[in-house]
Design a protein around this ligand. Structure first.
Ligand SMILES: [Ca+2]
Ligand SMILES: [Ca+2]
Length: 183
């Protein structure tokens, strides 16, 4: 309980943190390697294994590159503050200068509702104040790290950015189910 409170406070403080604070935080709290064989550079974020991809692509190219790179792959979905900071640590590790990355969220056909390409629930967001603003009516895809560290913005899907891929670690998921059943 106490550990969790400390983490929540840290995550909250990081909302206003600098890149320097971030790399300090990440050096201590970097996500663990994905516990599967042959997945170097993939890291555990909740029940996902995630990887930073530094070659800038537009949003759909990035999503399809993720699908191609691994079975069950998509752009990463983010469901809580801890996962959001984990993604940020991943990006910070691989790129200190240009940290804008595509996440897996996009606006569903001008409904003002956002969804994840991996089909998971929309149960969390971390928008920069004033976003999503759908500038010029053409912003439907969600990036992290425009202006503020860790915050989200809707941008043109045709813009080219680095991105973070992820897939569900089924092994971990079934272990969680077993643990749950034991309780
Ligand atoms: Ca939009
Ligand atoms: Ca925007």
């Amino acid at each position: 309980m106490a550990v969790k409170s400390v983490l929540v406070v840290l995550v909250f403080c990081l909302g206003a943190g600098t890149a320097l604070d971030m790399s300090k935080y990440c050096s201590v709290n970097f996500p663990r390697p994905c516990p599967l064989k042959n997945y170097e550079n993939w890291y555990s974020i909740g029940s996902l294994c995630a990887k930073y991809e530094g070659t800038p692509l537009n949003y759909s190219e990035a999503e399809f590159a993720c699908r191609k790179s691994v079975l069950g792959g998509h752009l990463v979905s983010v469901h809580n503050n801890e996962a959001n900071v984990n993604v940020l640590c991943l990006v910070t590790k691989y790129n200190q200068t240009s940290q804008r990355v595509w996440l897996g969220a996009f606006e569903l056909f001008r409904t003002t509702k956002f969804v994840w390409t991996d089909g998971s629930d929309w149960n969390y967001s971390n928008w920069l104040p004033g976003q999503p603003d759908n500038t010029a009516n053409v912003e439907d895809c969600v990036e992290m790290n425009w202006k503020n560290t860790g915050k989200w913005n809707d941008d043109r899907c045709s813009a080219q950015k680095s991105y973070v891929c992820a897939f569900k670690n089924r092994a971990r998921e079934s272990k969680q189910e077993r643990d749950y059943e034991r309780e």
